[in-house]
Each structure stands twice: as C-alpha cells, then as structure tokens.
Design a protein around this ligand. Structure first.
Ligand code: 4GX
Length: 246
C-alpha cells in the first residue's frame, strides 16, 4: 500500500505517521508514504494556494490548480493503477471499519487534506473519486482525518500487526464493543479483578468476555446491536447480563 497525502502541512503527516504501528510498517517497507504540498505547485511569486469565495462570505477557498498539479505529481511518481483519490471533509461518507477494509485492497490511496473554508468544488468533482468524513464535527484541516485513515488502513495490511494484535482486532470485526480488560494487581483501593479471570477456566473466561462485550454494546451502542445477528448462545448471554444489571 502507498499513501500519498496532499497537504499544506506535510510535516504534520510524516511526523505523526512515524510513530508506533504506522512508523514500523513504513520502516519495514510494508507501506509507502509521501506528502505533496500544493504550495510547491503554485505558479505565482506569492505561492498562493487560496482565494476569496465567489458569492462572498467569510473565509478562503483552496484554488484548483495547485491541488490538481499536486495530485498529478503523486500519480506520476507511481505507476500504480489500482488507486483511489479521497478528499477528507464533513460532506463525505462516514468512515467505518468496513469502508477502511475495502480501501485496504487498493495499491495507492491519494488523500486530499483541505484547509480553510473548503476546496473549490470543481477540484472535488473532477479529481476526487470519493469524499470521506470522520464524523459530524468540524476540525481545522483534513490532516488529522488523513492520519486516521492511514493508521486504520495500515493495521489491516497483512503482516503489519503480529498474530496477537490481529487476533484482537477480530473482536471488533464481529460488530460488538470490546470486553473490559484487567492487569495486575489483583486487588486495589479502586476495586478487584473479576474472579472468573483469575480462575483459569478458559471456557468460562470466554463466555464472561462475550457476555461483557454483548452487555456493553447493548447499553452503550444499541445501534450496533441492531446490525448483528446473535447466535443462540450470545442471545442467552445477553439475557443473563440484562437480568443482572436491572
Ligand atoms: N472529517 N474538516 C476539511 C476543509 C474542507 C472543507 C470542505 C474539503 C472540503 C473533517 C471531518 C473536517 C474541516 C477537514 C473542513 N476540505 N474532515 N476542512 N469532519 O471537519 O474529515
């Protein structure tokens, strides 16, 4: 997988991506990352990337030409054909694990991170295949959104996570929230570790974890529960949980 990010703040992307899982994946050559600054593609002496909105109003709008040329730069640098150009914006499709899993099957993702009030709509229509959104809130630029895409997609690339880590990710894939986790000490002023986890009965532990995952999803994210079909055992575990909490 190659990520090419179009951004006026290239260090924001390369610095943040250099940590942890993403940093290691880049070092190991499992993913490539380049950042393309539209300012480097401007043609005037002031290196202008934005201009006033037609129709008036506050704020500035990113001009088409520097963005078009930056995207072309990213395309010409790589001969990969199986690629998508994605603009991050609140007008986009809501990100989900499913959308990101689909995206992980491409060879190249070109991520456009906008600043200011927005981007000239002609660029979005002409040069972008899709628009994606983090959610219904406003941030100051698309960089953090692009970084989230890079992080979440990188984790899905085979070989990036160790077996332990990727097995854990499966739990999120069944459409439920995670169960609670505990580590030492066994007893403390702020509470004790549930007995079942200390017992070493792996079947009981597995059932307890599934029950907690179901219970938390039911109480915190009923919308998620509506989208999954529970097995007979899961159904029974959730009923147990519900009779215990009321
Ligand atoms: N999920 N923003 C992008 C500028 C902008 C506006 C329109 C393109 C088109 C956001 C989000 C987000 C604020 C980043 C506006 N660029 N991005 N920026 N929510 O709020 O992705």
């Amino acid at each position: 997988m190659r990520f090419d990010v179009i951004s006026l703040f290239p260090e924001m992307i390369s610095d943040a991506a250099s940590y942890g899982v993403t940093g290691r994946a880049i070092e190991r050559g499992l993913v490539g990352l380049s950042v393309w600054n539209p300012r480097d593609y401007t043609l005037d002496k002031h290196r202008t990337v934005d201009d006033r909105p037609y129709g008036g109003g506050p704020g500035m709008v990113m001009k088409c030409q520097p963005l078009l040329d930056a995207v072309d730069g990213a395309k010409q640098h790589n001969v990969l054909v199986n690629r998508k150009v994605i603009c991050l914006s609140p007008q986009g499709r809501l990100l989900s694990q499913e959308l990101l899993l689909d995206a992980s099957r491409y060879d190249q993702l070109i991520l456009v991170s906008g600043r200011y009030e927005g981007i000239d709509e002609r660029f979005i229509q002409h040069a972008c295949d899709e628009e994606w959104s983090l959610g219904d809130y406003v941030i100051s630029g698309g960089e953090l959104a692009a970084l989230i895409v890079i992080d979440a997609v990188t984790r899905l690339i085979p070989g990036v996570l160790g077996d332990d880590e990727s097995a854990k990710q499966d739990s999120h894939f069944d459409g439920l929230l995670d169960c609670p986790h505990y580590t030492r000490p066994e007893h403390s002023d702020i509470g004790d570790v549930p007995d079942v986890l200390l017992g070493g009965n792996h079947a009981d532990i597995k059932r307890w974890r599934m029950k907690q995952a179901l219970g938390r999803t039911w109480s915190r994210r009923p919308d998620m529960l509506e989208k999954v079909t529970l097995s007979a055992e899961q159904d029974a575990l959730l009923k147990e949980f519900r009779t215990e909490v009321v």
